[in-house]
Design a protein. Structure first.
Length: 121
């Protein structure tokens, strides 16, 4: 039996899949993989922070300056979050990064809120 015959048999394919799965599991457990994931998460947060800063400069600042109390309405806050999120998603996508995947789609608003609070303080 040749190597080619072994790879085309069910047992050969199962063995190859097991070996490759084991190697992938080993790689995912390494420090290198953890560092790569951490770096992607940091880049996603930077893109989100850039979205918040851009929205503040282009949208929020003008509204605050035009009002005596300097506060946004609930609708304006929602619009600011939407703009920040869209800007960040576009910026990250241009760099080949999916923010929703890296930070969790359902957590994007929580991250935005945290960054806005950080910016205010």
């Amino acid at each position: 039996m040749t190597l080619n015959d072994a790879l085309h048999s069910d047992q050969g394919l199962m063995l190859l899949g097991t070996v490759l799965g084991g190697l992938w599991s080993l790689f995912k457990s390494t420090e290198l993989y953890a560092r790569i994931r951490r770096r992607r998460c940091e880049r996603a947060l930077l893109a989100l922070e850039a979205g918040v800063m851009n929205t503040y400069e282009t949208y929020v600042r003008e509204i605050k300056a035009s009002r005596e109390d300097g506060k946004l309405t609930a609708e304006e806050r929602r619009e600011a979050r939407r703009r920040a999120k869209n800007y960040a998603i576009d910026l990250a996508r241009a760099e080949g990064l999916d923010i929703a995947h890296e930070l969790g789609h359902s957590y994007l608003d929580a991250w935005l809120e945290r960054l806005v609070r950080k910016l205010k303080s």
